[in-house]
Design a protein around this ligand. Structure first.
Ligand code: PLP
Length: 231
């Protein structure tokens, strides 16, 4: 087993332990392995260990990886970074999930550009849960309206909500933010959108997110190691 595969197994164990601690069904949390800044070969290694869901932030970097890994037919690509309007076509044509919808205009473009033979793009509305001006996402009060509008688009399926919690938040603040997300998902359901996904929790705050109902945790460093953005 390689070092990456060993890290990966440890992450899987930590997720299973968090599920058990929260009294949740084992396997109810889907890990998304976040490979930004790491080469396609690293992704191939984690894929070989059984992982299928992979997350990427930077469209150009990701696009290169889709080419390098085109021989892995069942890989599931999750876009978890901001998508500029000149890059929507790549997402429409190659992604399975987009976790970071925060503008109706962008998701409208993607719906229009989605090839008709492809299944609808699964999307989450990104919520700026800590009201951090440096972060993307809509204010919590705006999430339901955007989700309802996006759910009306032909090639889009609204699956739920995504957030990045405050980086240095203590346990109480984290729990408050993640619990608010859980309540927003209930609001979304009450508004008639049958969404079931909470994409929240990263390497540092995954346990708390699972306790608060996360269905998808996005794990980078704990699998791939420390990132060097200069690469
Ligand atoms: C990079 C990134 C992650 C993974 O973070 P780690 O701390 O490396 O686990 C998750 N979500 C988003 C939106 C990211 O940009």
């Amino acid at each position: 087993m390689s070092v990456l595969q060993h890290h990966y197994q440890r992450v899987l164990q930590a997720i299973r332990a968090a599920e058990a601690a929260a009294g949740r069904e084992l396997g109810s949390v889907c890990p998304v392995a976040v490979g930004k800044t790491f080469p396609a070969e690293d992704i191939r290694e984690v894929y070989a260990a059984g992982q299928r869901d992979f997350g990427e932030n930077y469209i150009q970097e990701w696009y290169g990886k889709t080419e390098a890994l085109a021989d892995l037919p069942d890989i599931v690509w999750h876009i978890i970074g901001d998508v500029q309007s000149n890059k929507t076509k790549f997402v429409a044509e190659r992604a399975h999930w987009l976790h970071t919808v925060s503008r109706l205009k962008t998701v409208q473009r993607i719906s229009a550009q989605r090839p008709p033979q492809m299944p609808p793009l699964q999307v989450c509305i990104e919520v700026n849960i800590a009201a951090d001006p440096a972060k993307h996402g809509v204010a919590p009060e705006e999430a339901v309206a955007l989700a309802v509008a996006a759910a009306g688009l032909p090639n889009i399926t609204v699956r739920g909500l995504m957030c990045v919690a405050e980086a240095e938040a203590g346990e109480a603040a984290l729990r408050q933010q993640f619990t608010r997300m859980q309540m927003l998902l209930a609001d979304l359901n009450a508004a008639g959108v049958p969404a079931d996904v909470l994409s929240m929790g990263m390497s540092a705050d995954m346990e708390e997110a699972v306790r608060c109902g996360a269905t998808h945790v996005r794990i980078g460093r704990a699998i791939f190691g420390a990132r060097d953005y200069a690469r």
